[in-house]
Design a protein around this ligand. Structure first.
Ligand code: TRH
Length: 391
């Protein structure tokens, strides 16, 4: 079966970079590794451009790295049947243009329609993964597809070459040194304990900085521009712009430029500890095989605390230092000024064990396959079931 030849992926940027970050990664992989003609519809080219400088603003259609990128501006009106792809993915339940859905219903064979959901470690995900949702009016069925951490979910995004590239980079000190010097990080900082910091503005960054500056070990904290800008400026005593740096006590805070996605991977691979957030950087930190602390995207009614605990339960014993620092970092627990140094000390003492765990976890996640491959396998199964029922 020569399926699929084409795929349309619809992405709305709700906020920040995760929505387009994930869709761009998936689009590229489907095109590069599976030779599918991919069209990425995205409503915010400006955010996209920050991750991928080759993107041009205010252009209706452009081609970037083999992917057709279309500016999604609430296109109304009708779509021709042959404008519809073999597979149509809506990311996070975005509403497709009504005219496009009408064209989907007229196309024969009908496209496989997938709603790609957000990542969560909660148990219910396995029960909802691949569930069908028939359209109330049209002869179309949408299926839910959930990324996840077990074999009964869609797995995690992972390019075929990722592990090799990461291993090659991590075992090449000259490549790591060149990378850091390209980012303006002096050799002395590159030789110290390096932490990358990516979190939401409400993270207790100042408490962490106070702890690190009062510690014994030299720490270089590398913060991409725009992240935790208020706390970083307060530490620097100046604007948090790329290139700015300040050393106080044992801590140097340095602002990096906001890098491209491949360079962000390298940053995660090269640091000793990564603070990550949202979804995509969180997953990339897991592939880096390096200890990490996750700042979860906040949700109403503290739903994110439930999600955080669900992940920690799978990943780490919450009573141990990685879990308890994560709970503190996310405001699930609250610590006095004295609590922070104690937490950090316990975390540091566990570093070797956390590194071992990061590597074991990465291996375990690989066993679930990769999300793009799992998604295509599922789409082919849906398609062949539809063909059989048409006979
Ligand atoms: O930016 P995020 O917070 O994104 C999202 C969105 O808020 C989204 O609405 C929400 O649903 C989701 O979080 C949970 O965090 P995330 O997911 O880690 O995405 C960041 C992307 O930015 C990721 O692809 C990595 C990339 N990145 C770079 O390319 N360069 C950089 O310098 C940095 C710091 C990140």
């Amino acid at each position: 079966m020569n399926f699929p030849r084409s795929l349309h992926l619809f992405c709305r940027v709700v906020d920040n970079y995760g929505d387009i970050g994930i869709c761009w990664r998936l689009a590229r992989q489907l095109q590069h590794e599976h030779a599918i003609a991919v069209t990425l519809w995205v409503d915010d080219l400006r955010s996209f451009q920050r991750l991928c400088p080759a993107v041009v603003n205010d252009v209706d259609t452009q081609h970037v790295a083999g992917v057709e990128v279309r500016h999604w501006r609430d296109q109304q009106g009708t779509f021709a049947v042959d404008e519809v792809a073999d597979i149509v993915i809506e990311f996070f339940g975005v509403d497709l243009p009504p005219g496009y859905i009408e064209a989907m219903a007229k196309r024969m064979p009908r496209p496989v329609w997938i709603n790609l959901e957000g990542l969560s470690a909660e148990e219910w995900v396995e029960g909802c993964h691949t569930l069908p949702s028939p359209h109330p009016r049209l002869p179309l069925t949408k299926h839910f597809f959930f990324p996840g951490f077990t074999a009964r979910t869609g797995g995690l995004l992972h390019e075929a070459a990722l592990e090799d590239e990461c291993a090659r980079f991590q075992s090449d000190p000259a490549a790591v040194a060149t990378f850091f010097s390209g980012l303006g990080v002096p050799a002395a900082e590159a030789a110290s304990f390096k932490v990358s910091l990516f979190c939401y503005p409400h993270a207790p960054v100042s408490a962490l900085f106070d702890t690190w500056r009062g510690g014994d070990a030299r720490i270089a904290c590398l913060v991409p521009e725009g992240v935790a800008a208020e706390a970083v400026s307060a530490f620097l005593g100046a604007g948090a712009i790329a290139g700015a740096a300040m050393t106080r006590g044992a801590l140097t805070v340095r602002v990096l430029p906001f890098v491209t996605q491949p360079d962000y991977d390298r940053l995660l691979w090269a640091c000793d500890l990564n603070f990550v957030r949202g979804e995509d950087s969180w997953v990339r930190a897991q592939w880096a095989g390096v200890p990490f602390v996750w700042h979860i995207y906040p949700q109403d009614n503290a739903l994110h605390h439930v999600k955080l605990r669900a992940f920690l339960q799978r990943y780490a014993d919450q009573a141990r230092s990685p879990g308890s620092l994560s709970l503190l970092w996310n405001g699930v627990t609250h610590g006095s000024a004295e609590a922070w140094p104690a937490q950090w000390h316990a975390f540091g003492a566990d570093m070797a064990e956390m590194t071992r765990r990061a590597v074991t976890w990465r291996q375990k996640m690989r066993e679930n396959g990769d999300l793009a491959g799992n998604l295509l396998r599922f789409a082919r199964a849906v398609r062949s079931a539809a063909e059989k029922s048409d006979v």
